[in-house]
Design a protein around this ligand. Structure first.
Ligand code: 9MG
Length: 270
């Protein structure tokens, strides 16, 4: 039988009051734990915990605020729920506090550019997601510009990966992410999606996040709470183009879609 690699699903668990698509409903630890358990029951392999909103226009939060939101939840989750924990942070101090709690991945939208982040991660064996972003969340959608978006994103990721490996981080620990919606126009996003295969020349697994994003709203005309069908379409396209992890809000529906992808690729319909 053919061996098929379908992406694993990473459920998004934002613990921010202003998260753009769940309205910060999972602020409180018990609610967040229940939500994580539901994601696991729905088929998530990872849960990605973030304490700072990264939606376009979002203001930065203080270090203390982020620590208060994230660390107690990571600590509880690591003992209570059987799931791989990813922490979405770009602050070295937050990484330092969560790494002792059996965290599987640090998901950094700034690709470990905070001072000391690379050196810190070199001391652990945790996986890392290096994401591309032009600018910063507060201003990134003000006229993003590239000479050629796929080349520019690819060059950036290659450069960040080289910095990590030179510091002693094994390549096997690194996932790459083109950062859909992070300093990109609708055209840039669809150019990246259309040509996602080109990022395989970097020979690293890809983590992809398009769930409920504005690139989907822009072509469907749907508000964020009505983007499920578009999110599933985008996830399926990414899967067919070789993504290894899909970062999503709607775990159950995405897992169903991935089961269809798996059955199709395997040619095994029983
Ligand atoms: C935190 N976050 C929001 N969107 C994301 C995306 O597309 N990729 C990754 N790695 N993280 C994201």
């Amino acid at each position: 039988m053919t061996t098929v690699v379908v992406p694993e699903v990473m459920g998004i668990l934002n613990v921010t009051p202003d998260s753009f698509s769940d309205g910060g409903r999972f602020r409180h630890i018990d609610q967040a734990l229940r939500q994580a358990e539901q994601m696991v029951a729905d088929g998530a392999r990872y849960v990605d915990i973030g304490g700072e909103s990264t939606r376009p226009g979002a203001a930065a939060v203080s270090l203390q605020e982020e620590l208060d939101r994230v660390v107690p939840l990571v600590e509880k989750l690591s003992t209570r729920v059987d799931v791989l924990i990813s922490v979405d942070t770009c602050k070295t101090s937050v990484m330092q506090e969560v790494l002792p709690f059996n965290v599987r991945m640090i998901n950094d939208i700034k690709a470990l550019q905070d001072e000391g982040a690379v050196a810190l991660l070199a001391q652990y064996s945790t996986d890392i997601c290096l994401m591309h972003m032009q600018g910063e969340p507060r201003t990134m959608q003000h006229q993003p510009h590239y000479s050629e978006v796929v080349e520019d994103v690819s060059d950036f990721l290659a450069e960040r990966m080289a910095i990590c490996t030179s510091a002693g981080i094994a390549r096997e620990r690194i996932y790459l992410d083109p950062g859909f919606g992070f300093g990109k126009s609708v055209t840039h996003n669809y150019q990246l999606l259309q040509r996602l295969e080109q990022l395989h020349r970097l020979e690293q697994p890809l983590l992809i996040g398009m769930s409920r994003k504005s690139m989907l709203g822009q072509v469907t005309g749907r508000p964020v709470e009505e983007r499920l069908a578009a999110s599933i379409a985008a996830a399926t396209i990414a899967a067919m183009k070789g993504a290894r992890i899909l970062r999503v809000h709607d775990v159950k529906q995405t897992v169903d879609a991935m089961n269809v992808v798996a059955a199709t690729l395997a040619g095994d319909w029983t």
